[in-house]
Design a protein around this ligand. Structure first.
Ligand code: HEM
Length: 502
């Protein structure tokens, strides 16, 4: 009896072991390099799931250890996943053969998170095209000028806020992400929805758009778990049913968009925000847009725009605080442009801040907001590396683009760990391969909000640099280390600086 029981238990373990490891010869059979050490059921993901490292850092290590190959496989739990290392393969996946890799990895349950499920990032085929078309329409040069009109008053509020803080003291110590999140959340409220975001209003701070953004996106334990489940093991979320967007926030945005759209359709007054542009587009197309999809698109400002842009601003602020000479050079440019345009922020003036573009690019190269991008193979495709490796990628295989690795590879960047905006000056910029610098992605799924993001970031930074200087505070933990379990770059302990009036 005992022997039978032991045999049964051993048999069950052997079956489980077989089940959890059956795929682990996948890459070997195809002649694709793959590191040893895949653990049953976990594959190579131990450092990421135990929150010892970020997924971006995990991919960067894989990239560095396999740099001389055109591609390398690994196991994400039991699933084979492929990292493309050679830039021409990155181009194949993101652009040339987009048809075979046209989906992003997130699988969002539309019943749990309807607004996130309808975000262009998670859509494909026709729905994706419609959603993208509307965002692209809103962010054309002509309409960006309209949206800038909503960004300008936020710059004034931002300046008043800093003036207030500095009215009684010579310098203030602030955490940059928190400071810039006020700015970008206020922009989202104004340029997205045409409402006051209360982000610079201390009395209403609990009702502010910044607070809403924090609930959805800040790295709390809830969002870490939700992100992990959504990104790494989407199937597990069918059991746990953790949603990204809490119900009350989902309801808030639905009501807000439905009411604002109705009001705008009725009164027809021109306004400087995304919803107004959507009423214009409705008129052009002669149809009434579905309110659910519209809410999801406007909500995309919050999930895609507010957090990413404030991260970029805070990382630029950090670099400027560390590199005083670069801060000074940038301030000179800002001052001269302000002088030329009568002390006003203008679309043309922002365009002329080309050294600002260099600094922004270099900051995004050295610490990309998204250190990787993930795609799903949707149609069998043969990837051929210049080293002779050939991989017939099967549908549903995950493809990882190691953005951080590519942006720090000494084969493409001299002294990659040095912060040097001159890499992006007009002469040097021409020599950069588009597929080794991917802060906004590339190809048909390139970030549609890129121009809006750059517009608001430049306006905010110009407002700051014109009147204030930044110096690094010892409160910033160096070297910077990103919080594991969070997809976008989030330095542990925050980025602290001291700001003083010039
Ligand atoms: C500095 C700020 C921003 C950064 C660094 C950023 C970065 C990115 C990246 C890396 C992607 C993925 C591209 C790919 O999958 O190939 C993306 C996609 C996207 N971004 Fe942004 N983004 C920013 C701001 C914005 C803003 C302001 C909006 C909208 C208001 C926006 C809307 C989107 C959307 C909708 C997608 C999905 C596009 C698709 O799959 O077709 N982003 N962004």
């Amino acid at each position: 009896m005992t022997i039978m029981l032991v045999s049964l238990i051993l048999g069950a373990f052997a079956a489980l072991y077989y089940y959890l490891t059956q795929n682990y010869k996948y890459w070997q059979k195809r002649g694709i390099p793959c590191p040893d050490g895949a653990l049953p059921g976990i594959g190579h993901m131990l450092p990421a799931i135990t929150l010892r490292t970020t997924f971006s850092e995990f991919l960067r290590k894989m990239y560095n250890n396999n740099k001389n190959c055109s591609m390398v496989g690994f196991y994400s739990f039991t699933k084979p996943s492929l990292i493309v290392i050679e830039p021409q393969l990155v181009k194949t996946v993101l652009q040339t053969n987009f048809a075979s890799f046209n989906r992003n990895v997130f699988q969002v349950d539309p019943d749990l998170d309807p607004l996130v499920a309808l975000n262009p990032f998670n859509l494909f085929d026709e729905k994706w095209q419609t959603a993208r078309k509307r965002l692209t329409y809103a962010f054309s040069s002509m309409r960006l000028k309209i949206l800038l009109e909503s960004v300008k008053p936020v710059c004034v509020l931002f300046e008043n806020y800093l003036n207030n803080k500095l009215s009684k003291t010579e310098k203030v110590e602030v955490e940059l992400k928190d400071l810039f999140a006020k700015f970008t959340a206020q922009v989202v409220a104004g340029a997205g929805f045409g409402v006051d975001g209360y982000c610079f209003n201390e009395e209403k701070k609990n009702l502010s758009f910044q607070k809403i953004g924090e609930v959805v996106l800040e790295p709390s334990l809830r969002t870490k778990i939700a992100t992990m489940l959504l990104f790494l093991v989407p199937s597990l979320n069918k059991i746990f049913k953790i949603s990204f967007v809490p119900k009350h926030i989902d309801n808030f945005f639905r009501t807000l968009v439905a009411e604002l759209m109705e009001q705008r359709r009725k009164d027809g007054k021109p306004r400087n925000d995304f919803l107004h542009l959507m009423t214009e587009l409705e008129k052009q197309e002669g149809i009434k847009f579905d309110v659910e999809l519209l809410t999801a698109q406007a909500f995309s400002f919050v999930v895609d725009g507010y957090e990413t842009s404030s991260i970029v601003m805070s990382l630029v602020g950090y670099q400027l605080a560390v590199h005083q000479e670069i801060q000074e050079k940038l301030r000179k440019e800002v001052m001269s442009v302000f002088k030329k345009y009568n002390d006003e922020i203008t679309y043309e003036g922002l365009k002329e801040m080309t050294y600002m573009d260099q600094v922004l690019n270099e900051s995004q190269r050295i610490i990309p907001t998204a250190g990787f991008q993930s795609k799903i193979c949707t149609e069998e495709f043969e990837l051929r590396g210049s080293d002779g490796l050939v991989c017939r990628v099967q549908p549903s295989t995950e493809i990882q683009i190691p953005v951080h690795g590519l942006q720090h590879d000494p084969r493409y960047w001299n002294n990659p760990e040095v912060f040097d905006p001159e890499r992006f000056n007009p002469e040097n910029k021409q020599n950069i391969d588009r597929f080794v610098f991917l802060p906004f992605g590339e190809g048909p799924r390139i970030c549609p909000g890129m121009r809006m993001a750059l517009l608001q970031i430049k306006a905010g930074l110009a407002t700051l640099l014109r009147k204030y200087s930044l110096e690094l505070s010892p409160k910033t933990k160096l070297p910077l280390k990103m919080i594991p379990g969070v997809i976008l770059a989030s330095p542990e302990g925050g980025l602290w600086v001291k700001i003083r009036q010039l």
